[in-house]
Design a protein around this ligand. Structure first.
Ligand SMILES: [Zn+2]
Ligand SMILES: [Zn+2]
Length: 587
C-alpha cells in the first residue's frame, strides 16, 4: 500500500497491524474476502467482504484478542516477489485482490510483491512492514463501519474495521483518554444537549439553524463584536446575499473560485450568484464616489452570511458548513498607513481571542514562493513591501508565528490564527490578508495629497473567522460550561416550597431588571432535583430560597463547579455577578 511517500515508523507499524487484523479475521471467518488495509492518520483499517454476514461488537473483541495473540507469537513478515501468473494462483477466490493485480498488470508491472506473516497469512502488498508482529506495540480495535469498494457508491458495500496502534501502552492509554475527553467536549453533542443549534436534512446539509439559546449566544457575541468595532474606528456596512454574475466575473471569483460557488439563479433574464464572499460589495460601495486621502483609512465591517460548496463527506457540525457568517471587514488605506493598520488588527485579534478565553493558538505567516512561476496578482514591489511589513508587525507584536513560503493566496500575503478543536485539529479563525487583486480589477483609487489618483492598499480581515466555527470551538474549549458573560442563562432561581414562590418571582424580576439572564424554576419538584437539572444545564449560578432566605432577604448561592457558596444578600450577589459579567471573567 505504498503511495511513494516515505512512511514514518508509526505508519509502518500501524499498516503492519492491519495485516495482523486480516490474519485474525481469516482465522475466525473462513470465507472472508479481503480488500485493502492502509495506515491512516489515527491508526489503520482493513476492508472485508463477509458475504451476507456482518461483524458484531463481540466479533471485534474476538478479533482483537486473536491479534494480540499473533503479536505475542512474534511472527516474521517475509517478502516474496512473484510473476503475475503466480500471483493470480495465490489469490484464487479473492475478487478484490484479483482486481488489484489486474490493475498492476495494466500499469505495466511484470511482478508483484506479497508479504507473508509467519505462515498464517499472505497478502498482496508493496510494504514496508515491521520485521515481525512482535514489533507492534499496543493495539486496539475502534469501530466497524460500511465502506464502498474503492470509495465508489456503485460498488459493493464492504465492512471496514478501524483500529489504532501505538508504540507503548502508555501512548495508547493517553490517546484513548484524549478521545473520551473529546467525545465529552464534541460541539455536536453539547449543541444537542443544550439545544443550541440544529442541522436538519430536510433543510439541507451544512446549513445550521439556531435554537433560542444558541441564537442568544450569537447575539451576545455579535453585540460585543459590534461595540468593539465601533470603539476601534470601524464603520458598519451591509450587503445582500446574492449579486449579479457580472460582479463575480469582474472580481475574478467566477473564473478562479467557481467550484466553491453555487449555480446561478435567474431573475428577469439576468444571472445572480449566492455570495461566497462580501468583498465585491464593499468595493462597490467604495467606488460609489471619489475618495480623498483625508478619508483614509476606511474600515468597513459586516457580519455577512456567505455560501460555499463543500463536499457532503467533508461537512462536519459547525466547523465545516455550506452557509456561514463571516465577521468580515475591509480596510482601505494608503501605503504609509499600512503598518499602523496591521498593528491595530493584530492587537484587535489578540484582544478578541483572549477575551473569549483563547490563549493557545498557532499563527501562520503565508508568503509567496518567489521561485513559483504561478501568476500572482499585483506587482513585485507591492509583494515585497507587504510581506516585509507583515513580518515586521508579527515580530513587533511578539507573535510566535510559523513562516510558510508558497502558502500565500494568489491575491496577497496573509497572517492566519488557528485554534485547535477537542481532537487537536487546527481550524483557521482570525485572518489578515492583503489583496492586490480587487483594487486592480475594480480600479479602486483615492486622490492623494498631490491631487493625483492613487491605488489604495486593501486588507481583508476576520476576527472570529465565522460565527459558526468560532461557536463550535467555544463549546469544545469550555466543554459547554459557558463563562457567565456568554451563558444563555446566567442564573437559575429555585424555590424550596410553595410559600417561597412569590419571593423567588421577585428575585428573578429584580435580576432581570438588572439585565441578568434568569431562568425561574417554580416547578413542584424536590429542590435537589431542580438543582441537579440546573447543574446538568451548566447554569453558572443557582439561587435557592426558602424560609430563612425569605426572612433575611437573602439567597443561597451555588456556583457551577464550586457548589454551595452559602447565603448572600441579594443586592450583594447582584453587584458581584454584574462585575463578573462586565469584566468577562473566565473561570
Ligand atoms: Zn502491507
Ligand atoms: Zn474580503
Amino acid at each position: 500500500m505504498s503511495n511513494g511517500k516515505k512512511q514514518s515508523n508509526l505508519e509502518i507499524m500501524r499498516h503492519s497491524a492491519s495485516h495482523v487484523m486480516a490474519a485474525a479475521v481469516k482465522e475466525l471467518f473462513k470465507d472472508v474476502k479481503f480488500a485493502i488495509g492502509p495506515a491512516i492518520e489515527e491508526g489503520f483499517y482493513y476492508d472485508f467482504d463477509l458475504g451476507n454476514k456482518t461483524f458484531s461488537e463481540d466479533d471485534l473483541k474476538l478479533i482483537e484478542k486473536k491479534m494480540k495473540h499473533i503479536v505475542k507469537q512474534n511472527l516474521k513478515f517475509t517478502k516474496e516477489e512473484v510473476s503475475i501468473k503466480d500471483a493470480l494462483k495465490k489469490i484464487e477466490g479473492q475478487p478484490y485482490k484479483l482486481e488489484l493485480i489486474n490493475d498492476l498488470e495494466k500499469e505495466g508491472n511484470k511482478k508483484v510483491t506479497f508479504y507473508k506473516l509467519g505462515d498464517i497469512f499472505e497478502d498482496l502488498c508493496s510494504g514496508p512492514h515491521v520485521e515481525s508482529s512482535g514489533k507492534i506495540g499496543s493495539l486496539k480495535l475502534m469501530k466497524i463501519s460500511g465502506a464502498y469498494w474503492r470509495g465508489d457508491e456503485n460498488n459493493k458495500m464492504l465492512q471496514r474495521i478501524y483500529g489504532t496502534a501505538f508504540a507503548t501502552q502508555k501512548e495508547l492509554d493517553e490517546y484513548l483518554k484524549m478521545l473520551a475527553e473529546a467525545e465529552k467536549r464534541d460541539h455536536r453533542k453539547i449543541g444537542k444537549e443544550q439545544e443550541l443549534f440544529l442541522i436538519d436534512q430536510t433543510v439541507g446539509l451544512g446549513l445550521p439553524m439556531w435554537f433560542p439559546k444558541g441564537a442568544l449566544i450569537w447575539r451576545i457575541m455579535e453585540d460585543f463584536w459590534c461595540q468593539e468595532h465601533l470603539k476601534n474606528g470601524y464603520e458598519l456596512v451591509r450587503s445582500p446575499h446574492i449579486g449579479s454574475q457580472a460582479l463575480w466575473e469582474k472580481s475574478g471569483h467566477w473564473n478562479f473560485y467557481r467550484e466553491s460557488m453555487y449555480s446561478p439563479i435567474e431573475v428577469d433574464g439576468e444571472k445572480y450568484l449566492l455570495k461566497p464572499m462580501n468583498c465585491p460589495f464593499h468595493v462597490t460601495l467604495y467606488k460609489a464616489r471619489p475618495h480623498s486621502y483625508r478619508e483614509l483609512p476606511l474600515r468597513w465591517a459586516e457580519c455577512g452570511t456567505v455560501y460555499r460548496y463543500e463536499k457532503s463527506g467533508e461537512l462536519s457540525g459547525l466547523t465545516r458548513v455550506r452557509g456561514f457568517t463571516q465577521d468580515d471587514a475591509h480596510i482601505i488605506c494608503s501605503k504609509n498607513q499600512v503598518e499602523d493598520e496591521l498593528k491595530r488588527v493584530v492587537d484587535f485579534i489578540v484582544y478578541m481571542l483572549s477575551t473569549f478565553g483563547f490563549k493557545d493558538y498557532n499563527v501562520y505567516l503565508s508568503l509567496r514562493d518567489p521561485k513559483d512561476k504561478k501568476k500572482w496578482a499585483g506587482n513585485d514591489e507591492g509583494w515585497q513591501f507587504t510581506e516585509k511589513v507583515l513580518e515586521k508587525v508579527a515580530k513587533a507584536k511578539k507573535l510566535n508565528y510559523v513562516k510558510e513560503e508558497g502558502e500565500a493566496a494568489f491575491y496577497g500575503p496573509k497572517l492566519d490564527f488557528k485554534i485547535k478543536d477537542c481532537l487537536g485539529r487546527e481550524w483557521q479563525c482570525s485572518t489578515l490578508q492583503f489583496d492586490f487583486n480587487l483594487p486592480e480589477r475594480f480600479e479602486m483609487s483615492f486622490v492623494n495629497d498631490k491631487g493625483q489618483e492613487e491605488q489604495p492598499y486593501m486588507l481583508h480581515r476576520a476576527l472570529f473567522g465565522s460565527f459558526e466555527r468560532f461557536i463550535a470551538l467555544l463549546i469544545e474549549h469550555y466543554a459547554g460550561v459557558w463563562p457567565v458573560w456568554l451563558a444563555p442563562f446566567q442564573v437559575k432561581v429555585i424555590n424550596i416550597g410553595s410559600a417561597h414562590e412569590k419571593y423567588c418571582q421577585a428575585v428573578a424580576d429584580k435580576l432581570k431588571a438588572e439585565g441578568i439572564r434568569v431562568e425561574l424554576d417554580l416547578v413542584n419538584e424536590t429542590v435537589s432535583n431542580k438543582i441537579r437539572k440546573g447543574e446538568k444545564d451548566k447554569i453558572p449560578y443557582i439561587l435557592v430560597a426558602g424560609d430563612k432566605e425569605l426572612k433575611n432577604k437573602e439567597v443561597a448561592v451555588r456556583k457551577h463547579g464550586q457548589g454551595d457558596l452559602g447565603p448572600q444578600k441579594l443586592d450583594k450577589f447582584i453587584e458581584q455577578i454584574k462585575k463578573e459579567i462586565e469584566n468577562k471573567i473566565i473561570n
